[in-house]
Design a protein around this ligand. Structure first.
Ligand SMILES: [Zn+2]
Length: 501
């Protein structure tokens, strides 16, 4: 028997606002000072009234547009009732039947076991807004000491993104989350800092098992809650797939049978296992109803157009454009885009200045990436600004300096920065080229004279080359280059071959 793995994700993303969704309290991550970022509204005191954070709503709309979602022109707020110490009101303000957005998609590049690449379109069922709860800290000594509650996080604006069950492996789920994180950081709607809980994920997993008669049966759906890293998400899904397969072999229980209800599980990364939290939980248990304290939100076409106009180009179309505009391979385009928006901006600025996208991509994916990694710098901190690198690469294209000389100048600029902490200007390039005599010598007379002299001194190498030893020419080129500093090695090579004919 074989089976298909069926995965849908629910991702909670914390929006990057200064203040909470329905009050003016700060959203700063502040675990050392619990409960200081609170007020009557987010503490749920009687009589306090929530007011929607307009900027937060705009960020949510931006998120949904990035997910290719439809934006509802009318949306409202609902109360989701449940009791938990981190939820002082006894309900969470969320959206139930009329979410602000629905029906989008994210395309994810996937690799099959045989290494073939393809695109998996993951449909987005809906994205809605809600407020976050606080954080409970339980005593983990097991000696039954006090649990503590920090309400600094209560009321932080979240977008919950719900996918259709379109993912087919743990790796695809991880790739989806990586692409989602890239998109959200590109759009500047969230910092997606997983350590601080800005991006959390629940995974719905089950198996469709192929029967000998061609039919399929589904195993009970398990929701693994609160996965706070991409790696844990992948590991938890892999564990669930094996566990559900084993259980089905043992019990034969399928979705809908007695004992085949949807269940909620947690993931213990130390043991690499999921564990049961609770069986069955239906929407009806939450007794949703419209929040009478908040007016519905109307979104006009004009407002949507204004938000669209502020949005930067998302990563997926930008990859395509880099391929079309700069003739980059899909691989190079992906390497550059996946480094983040500022890195991609850096590439575009260099490519435009030097007029050669491929040359710019080569340098940026190799030299610049290596140097920034070694120095543990972001691209914004990197000493060689894009206009300076663009100017340097432009000199290669204009055949003013060789690639080897350009690398020398590149290294010198970095060394100078290390010594002086001054960001080098583009004018330094010409100064270094002149001082070190790196300009390509156009004087073919000097090159010809040097070749005649070098060939005269190296009769054996010349004979070797004529007998077919291609390697012999390397030493000859080297000698000529030493005599005529700044000679273009390609020109020298061609001239030596011609001289030996
Ligand atoms: Zn507050």
């Amino acid at each position: 028997m074989s089976y298909d793995v069926i995965i849908g994700l629910e991702v909670h993303v914390q929006l990057q606002t200064q203040t909470k969704i329905f009050c003016g309290c700060s959203t700063a991550f502040n675990p050392d000072h619990p409960n200081v970022q609170t007020c009557p509204v987010c503490l749920g005191l009687p009589g306090a009234l929530p007011v929607l954070n307009r900027h937060g709503f705009q960020l949510a709309v931006k998120t949904a547009l990035g997910l290719n979602c439809q934006i509802a022109s009318f949306t409202k707020w609902d109360r989701k009732q449940y009791f938990y110490p981190d939820l002082p009101k006894g309900y969470q303000i969320s959206q139930f039947d009329l979410p602000f957005s629905h029906d989008g998609h994210v395309d994810v590049e996937t690799t099959s076991e045989s290494g073939d690449k393809s695109i998996r379109r993951v449909r987005i069922l809906r994205a809605h807004m809600e407020e976050d709860a606080g954080k409970n800290m339980h005593d983990e000594s097991g000696r039954g000491r006090d649990s503590k509650v920090d309400l600094n996080r209560a009321g932080t604006p979240l977008v919950e993104i719900v996918t259709q069950p379109d993912l087919r492996s743990a790796e695809e789920a991880r790739r989806f989350l990586e692409e989602l994180k890239l998109l959200l950081t590109y759009l500047g709607v969230s910092d997606c800092n997983m350590q601080e809980g800005s991006l959390r994920c629940d995974a719905n997993v089950n198996l469709h098992i192929h029967q000998p008669d061609g039919s399929r049966v589904a195993t009970p759906i398990v929701e693994v809650k609160n996965l706070n890293s991409f790696r844990f998400t992948e590991q938890a899904i892999l564990f669930e797939v094996q566990r559900q397969w084993d259980e089905f072999q043992r019990t034969g229980i399928k979705l809908g049978d007695k004992g085949g209800h949807k269940a909620t599980r947690g993931y213990n990364p130390d043991r690499g296992e999921t564990y049961i939290l609770r069986e069955k939980e239906e929407a009806a248990d939450y007794r949703y109803f419209p929040d009478p304290d908040l007016v519905p939100v109307l979104v006009t076409e004009t407002q949507l157009a204004a938000i669209r106009s502020e949005m930067c180009e998302p990563p997926a179309p930008r990859r395509e454009r880099f391929h079309a505009d700069y003739q980059l391979t899909p691989y190079d385009a992906a390497v550059i885009i996946d480094q983040g928006r500022l890195f991609a901006d850096y590439f575009e600025a260099v490519a435009k200045t030097c007029g050669d996208g491929k040359q710019a991509a080569n340098w940026i994916t190799q030299d610049v990436l290596r140097e920034t990694k070694q120095r543990d710098q972001s691209i914004a901190e990197f000493a060689i600004r894009p206009e300076v690198l663009g100017t340097l690469l432009g000199q290669i294209n204009q055949k003013r300096i060789t690639i080897k000389s350009a690398r020398e100048v590149f290294g010198d600029l970095l060394t100078e920065f290390d010594e002086t902490a001054a960001i080098p200007a583009a004018s330094r390039i010409d100064e270094i080229v002149t001082t070190k005599g790196l300009a390509i010598v156009e004087d073919t007379g000097a090159i010809d004279a040097a070749i005649t002299a070098v060939l005269g001194r190296n009769a054996k190498a010349v004979a070797d080359f004529k007998e077919g030893n291609q390697k012999a020419i390397g030493a000859l080129i080297g000698q000529v280059m030493r005599e005529v500093k700044g000679a273009d090695p390609q020109t020298v090579r061609e001239k030596i071959i011609a001289a030996m004919q």
